[in-house]
Ligand binder design. Structure first.
Ligand SMILES: *Cc1c(COP(=O)(O)O)cnc(C)c1O
Length: 417
């Protein structure tokens, strides 16, 4: 008479010692009905098909089945849907970094003989990709003045197949006239891709602003922990999505399930965190702006910061106050330009003297970060001389207590004396 096998006792029941096959083809199946709001982490390269007919019929392009880990798992499909929802899009593709998301868009839309236009203040590696691989593949690029839609309009030619948009610009934080730039491209029938990492799906909607494709570095606020590298490409148009997905598949980009789950875990607190970073950043920016060592504050929510009126129009600030606009949303990022009497070495010493603020790239995590820049060397001179003479420091405000951060800034400013 067959004896019931107690749970976990399968091996004791075997006639012979277990083989690797017993470890792999184990009969235990966990009970159905485990219900929790948290998503499961599904890790797989191989997906098992019930039979060859299913294997032949299933197509990774429509997301109603699973074919291979690289083409999606329940965990990555769930994150794709959440990010598409966050941005008001229909489709989303996940990439192993924000830069990979940028690269996927350019590779999917451009071919030999085409041209791409990139804002002069774009995220630096986007320009480096155009000047490296894209140029090597026979794709040319031009930089345009992102504050001047007429300049963009004049540069669009018959070979222009893609225009990159970004608001605000990296490091110098100019808030560009995004709607006007997108409109220029729409009228000329040129596809636009917006790097909307700063807005994080919160401060403004990229599609409402007129973009055809919206890219996010999920590495920043959506992850929020400083422990994940990931990117996303969001589209509304089915054909654009297919182009993005075909390149995604052919290049072999995939994301790890544990990373996707980390972002899923962080997304519910994204609006709260974004707001907290914003409030703290505006408080510290206002304090720094009043310091005699600082000649210019670059924060789009502040009057006198380049493109402030465009920020106000797009990010929904309702009231105007003395320097700080009430309402509206902005990321916890800003830059300051030091008086030109302070050398780069002095400004480096200021950064080195900071204790809570750490020196580091990226942003969006709980730890406040600074990066000193010699800004004049980073911008093309063809749009006029760089308006900033002094050294620039970019701040990413984390989630520490604001008074502690202010005290840290105050003690470090002593290093300038
Ligand atoms: C960080 C960042 C990226 C790149 O994201 P990674 O995940 O670090 O590759 C792209 N665009 C902007 C605006 C960014 O801030």
């Amino acid at each position: 008479m067959a004896k019931a096998i107690p749970r976990g006792a399968y091996y004791h029941h075997l006639m012979a010692p277990p083989t690797p096959t017993d470890l792999i083809h184990h009969p235990y199946v966990p009970p159905r009905g485990f219900a929790a709001p948290q998503p499961g982490v599904f890790k797989a390269s191989t997906v098992i098909f019930p039979n060859t007919a299913t294997m032949r019929a299933r197509d990774w392009k429509n997301k109603n089945g699973y074919t291979y880990g690289l083409h999606g798992t329940p965990t990555t499909f769930m994150l794709e849907e959440r990010i598409a929802t966050l941005e008001g899009g229909k489709h989303c593709a996940l990439l192993p970094s924000g830069l990979a998301a940028i690269a996927n868009v350019s590779m999917a839309l451009l071919k030999n003989g085409d041209e791409v236009l990139i804002p002069d203040n774009a995220y630096g590696p986007n320009k480096a990709l155009a000047d490296g691989e894209l140029k090597n593949w026979g794709i040319s690029y031009q930089l345009y003045d992102p504050m001047n839609p007429a300049d963009l309009q004049a540069r669009i030619g018959p070979q222009t197949k893609l225009v990159w948009l970004e608001a605000p610009g990296s490091v110098t934080m100019e808030f560009v006239p995004l709607r006007e730039l997108a409109q220029v491209c729409r009228e000329r029938g040129v596809t636009t891709a917006l790097d909307s990492t700063w807005a994080g799906g919160i401060a403004f909607n990229g599609f409402d602003a007129g973009a055809d494709i919206v890219v996010h570095a999920l590495t920043k606020y959506p992850s929020g922990g400083g422990d994940v590298l990931m990117g996303a490409v969001v589209t509304r148009d089915d054909q654009l999505n297919l182009d993005i997905k075909l390149t995604h598949m052919r290049v072999g980009w995939g994301v790890a399930a544990n990373d996707a789950e980390a972002v899923l875990r962080s997304l519910p607190t994204l609006p709260l965190r974004y707001h907290a970073h914003d409030v703290a950043a505006r408080e510290l920016a206002a304090w720094l702006q009043a310091r005699p060592e600082v000649t210019q504050l670059l924060h789009p929510a502040f009057e006198g910061s380049p493109g402030h009126q465009h920020w106000r129009a797009l990010c929904g600030a309702k009231e105007e106050g003395s320097g700080i606009d009430a309402g509206g949303a902005a990321a916890g990022l800003f830059s300051i330009v030091f008086d030109e009497c302070y050398s780069m070495d002095k400004v480096d010493a200021f950064c080195d003297t900071l204790k809570l603020f750490k020196l580091g790239y990226s942003w969006g995590g709980p730890i406040s970060l600074v990066v000193p820049y010699d800004i004049a060397s980073m911008r093309s001179s063809r749009f006029g001389p760089c308006p900033y003479k002094g050294a620039l420091v970019r701040f990413s405000i984390g989630l520490e207590a604001v008074e502690d951060l202010r005290a840290d800034l105050e003690q470090a400013l002593g290093a300038l004396a």
